[in-house]
Design a protein around this ligand. Structure first.
Ligand SMILES: [Cu+2]
Length: 192
């Protein structure tokens, strides 16, 4: 009898949990990029809204070990463009997502560019498999924009080099969905 009760309970619990408003994850395919455009796949990053902010689940490989600058860039394109008179990778993605026009690169603290993500750590096998959280972002802020990985690290500052000093853009993915044109939410606003 106890077992039957448990099964009945499970049957009722199942549709309940399925209809509960679980935020839908969005999978972003990431590709290596160069001055000619998209290259081979570097894996995926899965995005999901959580109570703590935007969660980014990394499943990347083939990267150089160590730290890499990692940001949301404002435009939904990974195409090359012109920089300092030469063709360069990922320029069409534009700069770091900065809806409040802070024009300041301060890392994931939320006081500068809202698109400044925690730096990406690649292990000695070339893999990045951490789950990062960006407390100042929601999925609706980033759809239709890009996730960008840089060649170098990120010191969360504009000095001595601008934008954390990460330099060249080496891997990129367009976040599926439309850009939501909405008034920017100050990142300091309390999460609800
Ligand atoms: Cu960047």
């Amino acid at each position: 009898m106890k077992a039957i009760t448990a099964i009945v309970a499970a049957l009722f619990a199942l549709p309940l949990s399925a209809t509960a408003k679980e935020p839908k994850p969005v999978v972003v395919p990431i590709h290596f990029i160069d001055a000619n455009g998209n290259g081979k796949s570097a894996g995926t990053i899965t995005l999901r809204d959580t109570a703590e902010g935007l969660q980014l689940k990394l499943a990347l490989s083939g990267l150089t070990p160590g730290e890499h600058g990692f940001h949301v860039h404002e435009n939904g394109s990974c195409a090359p463009g012109e920089k300092d008179g030469a063709k360069a990778a990922g320029i069409a993605a534009g700069s770091h997502y900065d809806p409040l026009a802070t024009k300041a690169h301060k890392g994931p603290s939320g006081e500068g560019h809202q698109g400044d993500l925690p730096k990406l750590i690649v292990d000695d096998k070339g893999k990045a498999s951490e789950t990062l959280t960006a407390s100042s972002l929601k999925l609706e802020d980033v759809t239709g924009r890009t996730l960008m990985v840089h060649e170098g690290g990120d010191n969360y500052s504009d000095a001595p080099k601008p934008l954390g000093g990460g330099g060249a853009r080496i891997a990129c993915g367009v976040i599926p969905g439309k850009v939501a044109h909405k008034p920017a939410t100050p990142p300091s606003a309390p999460a609800k």
